[in-house]
Design a protein around this ligand. Structure first.
Ligand SMILES: Nc1nc2c(ncn2[C@@H]2O[C@H](COP(=O)(O)OP(=O)(O)O)[C@@H](O)[C@H]2O)c(=O)[nH]1
Ligand SMILES: [Mg+2]
Length: 698
């Protein structure tokens, strides 16, 4: 569709918990808006926004997806860009990315049970970026829905100023439509799913309710603005224009949160919702500019309007096996045109934008331009990835974008077929590009290829995608813990390598002292040889042999790290000594010293921050202590409590699912490496015994 100005656009992030009916609602709105001539269903796997194979197979939204519908308010045609955001906590980065690209959030809440974790998270994200929110009650066709109770719950959970702008007509199976409180019109629907209504006068028996709710709305609007307050006192009411304009402003300023409702499964409420979005929610031009910093990192306000320099954020990268790579863009300022060269400030390079598209899920329709505020896609960008800004070369800047969360769980991945290692690396790289909250890389110590994400399901889905797209199958297992070995006291070690077998023999002899130093990373080699008991050119060979032995470990095969070596004495032979012989002597001296230096095992200890609520605190603390955790204190942050603790990594490998089931998904955690610490005696013995067994088996 052709667009002239950003007043015609509404950008809406559709957010809320899993299973509230968001994807169904969007499919319904596209039907109502005339994009499709039928209601597509999640069950049939044909919705526009759940297009990924994994989404269809699992019946849940995993990645954000965009679609749009035209909608007219009677005089002007509008383009409603709708971003379907996943509703499970582990994909919260997708949700915050989608919200960043929108000007308002449509927070969907199951009318039968409106309090849900992901709704709370989305609410917090909206508050953090100062974004207007429309609350939307879904599945209004369900039995026993208590509308007034719902509103009270929303006011308690979210904001006192959560107020209906519509009320339901009928309930349960008899829910047939809504009354728009602002226009006092009734929208009544057939249950055919098309979602286009007959607009009529409201049923007489609802008049009392309408007056009551409209009164509350009017009062709240008056309360949000001093001038309106004055008018309200003078007139005893607000006139229609005052109410509409005041309501729009209050919504934009987050002083009021309008509540709408639907039964998308039957198309009831669709057209009323589209009307409300167009009438009440801000267009890009009426929204605050997207946050930005200049290339020096200083905050700047972007210029908007006619002739403004172009800036756009890449908020998602799709990698479809058939359509290839598509970057989703939100234009923050200016008018972006096809076949134009722009600039990527982070890469400091030109970025050629080919065909711009309006997107319905993964399908694009070529358009010559994207006007300011619009959302669209572009194929095959050369270098820009999710989170990058595309701007004019003259006015480079960075648009604000959420950082991916720290990964909560890691798995080691291994190809089922030997030799697929390289293929995996390539394919994983593409996945990370699509989903920046996945991390991948080789652990330098254990050599394992690690794939990390926000939760087990997150990593499992990545593995399914690898299989489906790149035809590589991998095995997942918990990562190896990178233990280290260390010494606790100084010791002298002697190494002598002597072999006489026919011709030329081998001879080397050295004496070293090993002593512990504070941190595992520290290592020092001190040459204390006076005179020539070992000639200069052989001394590095001693060090080399010793270091190779240290890397192989002494107790259980883990590298030894926290020591200083003094090379003190030795012997050599004019003919039989060689570098090789001194390397062997060095490794023998190392082993000799280790045996006397009270060797021990060290384990990585993680700093763990758990965000939870008061009621789960007791369970979390006692579980942490069973994991050898040490509490470091607590901190209140809004409604949440942050529990801080240090816990050995070995005890945290399966923490994500444990925490989820312990707290019904109402907690999250982050984990970063803190320091190395000695493993308790008994556990050491087990690890050493296990290493011996593995060694014998191999
Ligand atoms: N009764 C009823 N069920 C619905 C309605 N909308 C969606 N559903 C069902 O709720 C389930 C979840 O829907 P979906 O759109 O995938 O929710 P999402 O996870 O929020 O995207 C599906 O089985 C839908 O068929 C509705 O209006 N009424
Ligand atoms: Mg969905």
């Amino acid at each position: 569709m052709q667009l002239e100005s950003s007043d015609q656009i509404r950008n809406l992030a559709v957010v809320g918990h899993n299973d509230t009916g968001k994807t169904t609602l969007l499919a319904g709105l596209l039907y109502t808006g005339g994009v499709f001539n039928r209601q597509n269903r999640v069950e049939d796997g044909n919705t526009v926004t759940d297009f990924d194979d994994e989404e269809i197979r699992r019946g849940i939204s995993i990645g954000l997806a965009v679609c749009y519908t035209p909608w007219s308010d009677g005089s002007d045609e509008h383009k409603l860009n709708l971003i379907d955001c996943p509703g499970s906590g582990i994909f919260v980065h997708e949700t915050s990315s989608g919200m960043r690209a929108a000007d308002a959030a449509l927070l969907c809440l199951n009318a039968a049970s409106p309090t849900q974790v992901m709704a709370e998270k989305a609410w917090e994200i909206a508050a953090g970026i100062d974004q207007p929110v429309m609350l939307h009650l879904t599945k209004m066709d369900r039995e026993n829905i208590d509308f007034e109770g719902c509103i009270a719950e929303l006011q308690q959970n979210f904001d006192r100023m959560a107020l209906p702008v519509q009320i339901p007509i009928g309930d349960g199976k008899d829910f047939i439509g809504v009354v728009d409180l602002v226009s006092r019109k009734a929208y009544v629907y057939d249950r055919d799913g098309a979602g286009r209504s007959k607009v009529s006068a409201p049923p007489a028996e609802l008049e009392g309710q309408i007056d009551e709710w409209r009164g509350k709305l009017t009062e709240a609007v008056a309360e949000s603005d001093d001038d309106l307050m004055e008018a309200y006192f003078d007139q005893g009411d607000l006139d229609q224009d005052q109410l509409v304009e005041g309501l729009k402003n209050a919504i934009r300023n987050r002083a009021l949160f309008p509540v709408t409702m639907s039964s998308a499964g039957h198309g009831i409420g669709n057209s009323a919702l589209l009307d409300a979005v167009v009438k009440l929610l801000p267009s890009p031009a009426g929204s605050r500019p997207m946050p930005a910093t200049d290339i020096g990192g200083e905050p700047v306000e972007i210029e908007r309007g006619d002739g403004a320099p172009v800036s756009a954020i890449v908020f998602k990268t799709l990698n479809d096996p058939f359509t290839g790579r598509i970057s989703l863009l939100r234009v923050a300022a200016g008018r972006m045109t096809s076949d134009t060269s722009y600039w990527n400030a982070r890469r400091e390079g030109a970025e050629r934008v080919g065909h711009l598209m309006h997107m319905q899920g993964k399908t694009g329709q070529d358009v010559p331009q994207l006007v300011e505020g619009d959302i669209g896609g572009v194929a095959k960008l050369k270098s820009s990835v999710t989170g990058d800004s595309i701007t004019s070369r003259e006015r480079p800047l960075h648009l604000g974008f959420p950082d991916p969360p720290v990964a909560a769980i890691s798995f080691a991945i291994e190809p089922k077929t030997k030799g697929d290692e390289e293929k995996i690396g390539e394919a994983v790289l593409r996945l990370v590009e699509e989903d920046p909250s996945l991390r991948a890389g080789r652990d330098p110590q254990t050599g394992e290829f690690l794939l990390s994400g926000a939760g087990q399901l997150h990593v499992e889905i990545a593995v399914s995608k690898l299989k489906a797209r790149s035809k590589v199958e991998v095995i997942l297992h918990p990562p190896k813990v990178p233990y280290r070995e260390a010494i606790r006291r100084p010791a002298v070690g002697h190494g002598r390598h002597k072999k006489q077998s026919g011709g030329r023999g081998q001879f080397a002899d050295c004496t070293i002292t090993m002593e512990p130093v504070a941190t595992p990373e520290d290592y020092e080699f001190v040459d204390e040889i006076f005179g020539g008991s070992i000639p200069q050119n052989y001394r590095p060979a001693v060090e080399k042999g010793l270091l190779e032995a240290a890397a192989r470990g002494y107790l259980a095969g883990y590298p030894v790290g926290n020591f200083r070596v003094r090379l003190q004495d030795g012997k050599y032979h004019d003919v039989d000594s060689s570098e090789m012989a001194f390397k062997v002597a060095g490794s023998l001296a190392f082993k000799d010293a280790m045996a006397k230096a009270a060797p021990t095992l060290l384990e990585p200890v993680m700093q763990v921050d758990i965000s939870t609520t008061e009621d789960f605190m007791g369970d979390i603390m006692s579980d942490l202590s069973s994991r050898r955790g040490r509490p470091q204190g607590m901190e209140a942050k809004g409604n949440a409590q942050i529990v801080k603790a240090t816990v050995p990594m070995a005890e945290m490998l399966t923490y994500a699912p444990a925490l989820r089931s312990m707290t019904q998904g109402r907690s999250s955690f982050t984990m970063t490496f803190s320091h190395y610490e000695e493993v308790p005696r008994q556990i050491q013995e087990k690890i050493i015994a296990e290493a011996k067994r593995a060694d014998e088996e191999s």
